[in-house]
Structures are given as C-alpha cells and as structure tokens.
Design a binder for this molecule. Structure first.
Ligand code: AMP
Length: 360
C-alpha cells in the first residue's frame, strides 16, 4: 500500500517515518526535491501543491492521499476529492484555510472563540475596536500561521501599520492563563485522542509543548472537542488549539493534519499522532494511545540550531532534525523531546541553554 502525502515538510517526514515502521510506501509532493520528507519517502514528486498534473501523478501512484500542507487552492482540493481516495475529505482543510470560516464553524459546532469581527478596511476596524476594545489583535483571514499577518493594537496609533490589502479579522486580545491543544483521530467506529498538551509560544511560534499534567478543565475540553468533531462530521486527524482563562476555554484554531504540538507523542506516547494517522489512512483498527510519562517538546528554530549537538547521546532526550538546507529567521529546523521531565525540571536544567527565553 502506498500513502501519498501532499507536502514534504517535517510533518510529511514524520508521517513517512510512521508509515515506514509498518512497511507502507510513501510518496510526497513538494516543490523542493530536498525537502525534509525526501529523506524518508520512497519517492518525491517535485512540483507545486496546486499543479493539477502533479496532483494527478501523486494520486495515480498512491492508494490513499493525505495532506500535511494547508494552502492547497480550491481547484486542487476539488480535483483530489473527485478523483482520489482522500478519507479525511477536503472540507476540514477548506474550512481551516480561512479564519472566518474556521471560527464560524467552531461556533456552529459548539465551541466558543474569543470575540471577533470581520474587517475589510479602516472603517470596519474602527467599528470593531469600538465593540471589542483594546488591546486587540488584527489577523489576516488567510495565510496566517506562526504569528504571520498579525498586528497587536494597543492604541489607535497602532492601526497605521496595517496594510489592509486583504480580508482580516479583529479579535479580543485575551490575557489567557495558558494555551493548550488536543489531537484527535476519528474513524467510522470511534474517536481516540492524545493527552492535552500545554503549549508555550515565543513571538507567536510554538516553543514548548508540555504533557503529563491532567488539569480538571481537560475533561471538559476533551468532551467539547469530541462533540465538535462529531458535529462537524470530520474524520481523520484534527488538532484544536485553545486559550484557557480561569474555568473557561476558547477556541483559537484547528488544523486537520498532524500538529507541531503533537511531536512529543513520538516518544511520549505508546502511539504517536503519526502512527494513529497511518492507522486511519490504512484502515487499521484505531488503538487508544497511552501516555508513557512527563514529556516536553522543544522546537528548535534557526537561531538555536547550532545548539542541537549539546543534546546528542543523552538518555531520555531525542533529537529530530528536519534536514533543512537553509537557515531562515525563526524557521523550524528541528525539535527535541525530553522524556521523564517536568516543566520545573526543564526550566532548571535546560532553559539557560536557550538564553533570553521568555514565554508569552
Ligand atoms: P494564531 O496564529 O492565531 O494561532 O496565533 C499565534 C499565537 O499568537 C497564539 O498561539 C497565541 O500565543 C497568540 N495569540 C493569538 N491570538 C491571540 C489572542 N486573541 N489573544 C492573545 N494571544 C493570542
């Protein structure tokens, strides 16, 4: 059986690693012949995610398709849905590509985002600010990830930096207690999920995922997330990110693909998010994953890439290098998983290595 992956980044690489353990073949489609997944996949088709001839080549060589890349255009999505076996469907991806669609769908399926308003121009923004108040965040509705396309508005003067060259939203800036995420996999029989991780960001980019503590609110979050997935009619893998403030939790974003905040599961869980996705794609029975112990995932961006060797050959520490050929500012280059480690111990032992670390 061959799994075709649209996208050959680190997520594609880790899907391919999980598939390989079970002796499935993988082919990825990516514009870069030296993409991360090229180091693991059996074949790389070099081309754009939106090139129908390349999608056709991938589809015709694969028994089942999945995506690790989010911005496939509507034409490409329709083409693969109509012609190939893509058991997750393309609807979850279409919804997640636009913040307004995503938040509207979250509300329709029982989840509450922080207050937000659609903004097309300066007049809309002023009206939205009058309703939402300061501080607020302006975000573009599309192509926003890792804090791209976001502007913090603390006062009227901050409006001048916004280009208004695309549709946006204004949302309340929430002084949350923490962020967390849940990763679920659903087939026709049931939903299984990984333990909820607490996520710490720096400059809008995930820095740490911390797993092991089961807070009382997690039961409510899990219940609401399962109900969301059922109401939305989604199958396959889905990550939902939340903000938690007191005893309330707010929907932030969803991703219908493996998620950065689930990398920890490769070593920290009996089954990783990638193992579970592969089981789903190949119609194997979905088994419940079990947490092995306290686990922490640390993202390594370009700025810290040279520090990676410090963590080599250390028991309980696992390095995942994405083999990217170019260092770009704040690019995710690798991650490190620390097993049997609490956040307090992490801060004590390793935080000083990443000097100047301040979490949001
Ligand atoms: P996003 O791309 O929307 O997930 O935003 C990236 C990060 O920015 C989030 O993980 C948060 O750390 C922060 N952020 C986004 N929206 C808000 C908000 N409404 N209030 C406070 N922080 C936010």
């Amino acid at each position: 059986m061959t799994i075709g992956i649209i996208g050959g980044g680190q997520l594609g690489m880790m899907i391919a690693e999980a598939a390989k353990k079970k002796h499935y073949k993988t082919i990825c489609l990516d514009p870069n012949p030296l993409c991360s997944a090229s180091h693991v996949c059996d074949e790389v088709i070099v081309g754009s995610f939106n090139d129908l001839t390349k999608l056709q080549e991938l589809g015709s060589k694969s028994d089942v398709l999945t995506y690790e890349f989010e911005n496939i255009d509507a034409l490409g999505l329709n083409y693969i849905k109509e012609n190939y076996n893509i058991p997750e469907g393309t609807e979850p991806l279409y919804i997640s590509q636009n913040r307004l669609r995503e938040k509207g769908n979250a509300i329709a399926c029982g989840l509450e985002p922080v207050p937000y308003q659609q903004v097309l121009n300066k007049i809309d923004l002023l009206a939205a600010l009058a309703k939402i108040g300061y501080p607020a965040l302006y975000k573009t509705t599309t192509l926003g990830y890792d804090g791209h396309g976001q502007y913090l508005i603390k006062s009227l003067a901050d409006i001048d930096q916004i280009p208004f060259n695309t549709e946006g939203i204004l949302e309340a800036y929430l002084d949350f207690d923490y962020e967390c995420s849940i990763i679920m996999i659903r087939d026709k029989e049931k939903i299984v999920s990984l333990p909820i991780s607490i996520n710490k960001h720096k400059h809008g980019i995930l820095d740490l995922s911390i797993v092991g503590q089961k807070l009382p609110i997690f039961n409510k979050i899990e219940e609401a997330s399962y109900s969301f997935m059922e109401k939305a009619g989604f199958y396959g893998i889905l990550c939902i990110e939340y903000f938690v403030k007191g005893d309330k939790f707010y929907f932030n974003e969803m991703a219908p693909r493996p998620h950065n905040s689930g990398h920890w599961s490769i070593e920290g869980s009996t089954l990783s998010q990638y193992d579970l996705l592969v089981s789903f794609l190949t119609k194997e029975k979905l088994e419940e994953p079990h947490l092995k112990g306290n686990t922490i995932m640390k993202n390594i961006l370009s700025e810290d890439y040279a520090k990676l060797p410090l963590f080599k050959n250390k028991p309980g520490i696992y390095i995942h290098d994405y083999f990217k050929t170019e260092l770009k500012p704040r690019r995710k280059m690798a991650h490190i998983t620390f097993t049997d480690l609490t956040y307090i111990d992490y801060l004590e032992k390793y935080n000083k290595i990443f000097e100047g670390e301040k979490h949001e």
